[in-house]
Design a protein around this ligand. Sequence first.
Ligand code: URA
Length: 262
Amino acid sequence: MDSQLDWHAARAALEWQLEMGVTEAISDTPINRFEQVAPPPKAGVSAGAQAPAVPVQAAQTFDPVAEAEAAANAAQDLPALQAAMAAYPHCELQKGARNLVFCDGVAGARVMIVGEAPGRDEDRIGKPFVGRAGQLLDRMLSAIDLGRDREGAQAVYITNVLPWRPPQNRDPKPDEMAMMLPFLKRHIALAKPDLLVVMGNISCQALLGKRGITRLRGQWDEAVGLPVLPMFHPAYLLRNPAAKREAWADLLDLQARLNTKA
Ligand code: URA
């Protein structure tokens, strides 16, 4: 293999590992840090005086959710909230993500859409819903005269439950959702929408404490003092085009509600 080929092969292998969720460079031999023991005693210390080998385990002395609440509530505007999220140290997802995906669209829009988590394209670009599901979302919104690039009453604001891409697009874990929820709630409070559209089970779980999108969709609910419309996630609609009929009904319902409360 010449050195050029070598370079490309190495780069492709590295990108593949990133894609698979590898977040850290480690040594040739794996280290199980949970099994690590305290270092041996210094020369001259008698065997009897030696303390027993104690497994080194980092005791969790902090409350990640309380810390998230304090950081989120201290943020007085959206840029400060984004900075607080970037500085928050307890969500492991951050280590594997390329970008913090915060928002797109118009802050202050009447409609705020809450998706689940960034995928590969969103992670790469740093904006929510820019992949295939996002393109479908844009078409859905445009069908009822809404859009992230529009102004005034037609504008939409978009965010996700999680700002970092989970490795291999796995579902977020309960602790990850719990620690990022204070940031989402503060995000909603600062963006001041009239209503929320929550797309998919993860978003329903985060804001309504419920799952079962097939049952929940189209039923107006309430969270953080706002009306909430659960809808099928556009990625689900791409896999199940027959469900677009229900999604269309929900969009019309959303449009009717916006028109009556103009
Ligand atoms: N799916 C989501 O829920 N959010 C995104 O930003 C992209 C895909």
